[in-house]
Design a protein around this ligand. Structure first.
Ligand code: BTN
Length: 335
């Protein structure tokens, strides 16, 4: 039944003209009653569907924002990313789910999306809050066949993809705070967490999960927990508009497919560096590097082909900063 709903919605979304009940029955091998039931369900969920006798059904408009398996599937235009899709109204963490699915043998490109996360994970052991109806929280499962030390670049590929998709959808500028926070007007709209699992022999990647949490429709700063409020924002707060999260997911995954293909050609960032650096807010800026081995300040010069941030320390020494352990801040605040 679920698949029928997604299939019927996809067909209605992609047809400019009416789709007859008979066409739907023939296409999906279901009865007229089954089609009618699905149409009614969709109407109850807020889709405006016109039914004209002798002509059939036409989708006039869907809800502005709606996250469901059918909504996501009907908007997906990708080749491989998200073609295997898991949607949960509520889950612990989509990264944890994707890792379980990785263990269970699910294919490259599987995507897990959730409206609510009750145990969302942030970087460096922090938690990540996801309230109902606000964020686009998803994790992409990848099965790369390159060596493990290339994997950290996947996060930068995703960061560029999110920044580009957000710009495309909002028309507003989105920056990247190295390595992978997405920022609008100097506040964070998206964080990412990439986790890698190795084969038992520890010499190859078994799978990588890359999770992103984009603050989309949070209405006001009060929607964020107190500790992140000074640095967090949402697309809605910054642009005054609400966005369809399923539509945004489609754009992010489309960009990721393109950018990942470019990355795979060389297994470094040579094909993406220019675009990444155009978005890089730390470019030429003074930064404070929070290295567990000792904090220091310097000027960021951009990234190298491996995605490391090149920092010229105040003493003139030029050093690549590896994303794994360190955090980078602006000299006077978050960016
Ligand atoms: C950070 O900036 O600290 C990273 C936040 C990553 C949050 C996303 S939301 C989807 C995915 N599932 C998780 O549990 N975490 C990531």
């Amino acid at each position: 039944m679920k698949t029928d709903k997604a299939d019927i919605l996809t067909l209605l979304r992609n047809s400019e003209d009416y789709v007859s009940g008979q066409q739907l029955c023939d296409r999906f091998g279901v009865t007229r009653t089954a089609v009618w039931k699905v149409i009614n369900q969709l109407k109850e969920e807020g889709y405006q569907i016109e039914s004209v006798s002798g002509k059939g059904y036409r989708l006039i408009e869907g809800p502005v924002d709606m996250l469901s398996e059918s909504e996501i599937a009907s908007r997906l235009q990708t080749e491989w990313a998200g073609r295997k899709l898991y949607y949960f109204a509520s889950t612990g963490s989509t990264n944890t789910d994707a890792k379980r699915l990785g263990e269970e043998g699910e294919p490259h490109g599987t995507v897990v999306v959730a409206d609510i996360q009750t145990a969302g994970k942030g970087r460096r052991g922090r938690s990540w809050q996801t309230l109902a109806g606000t964020a686009l929280s998803f994790t992409l499962l990848l099965r790369p066949d390159f060596v493990p030390d290339k994997a950290s670049m996947i996060t930068l590929v995703m960061a560029l993809s999110v920044a580009e998709a957000v710009e495309e959808i909002t028309g507003a500028a989105a920056g990247i705070k190295w390595p992978n926070d997405i920022v609008m007007n100097r506040k964070k709209i998206c964080g990412m967490l990439t986790e890698m699992t190795m084969t038992p022999e520890m010499d190859e990647i078994q799978y990588v999960v890359v999770g992103a949490g984009i603050n989309v429709n949070n209405a006001a700063p009060e929607d964020f927990q107190e500790e992140v409020r000074p640095t967090a924002t949402s697309l809605r707060i910054e642009t005054g508009q609400q966005y369809n999260r399923a539509g945004l997911l489609n754009k992010v995954l489309l960009r990721f497919e393109e950018n990942y293909a470019v990355f795979l050609e060389t297994l470094d960032l040579s094909g993406l560096r220019e675009r990444y650096q155009k978005h890089l807010l730390n470019m030429g800026a003074q930064v404070r590097v929070l290295d567990p081995a000792g904090e220091y300040t310097g000027t960021a010069e951009g990234i190298d082909m491996q995605g490391e941030l090149i920092v010229v320390k105040d003493n003139g020494e030029r050093t690549p900063v590896y994303a794994g352990e360190v955090s980078v801040r602006g000299l006077y605040g978050y960016v």
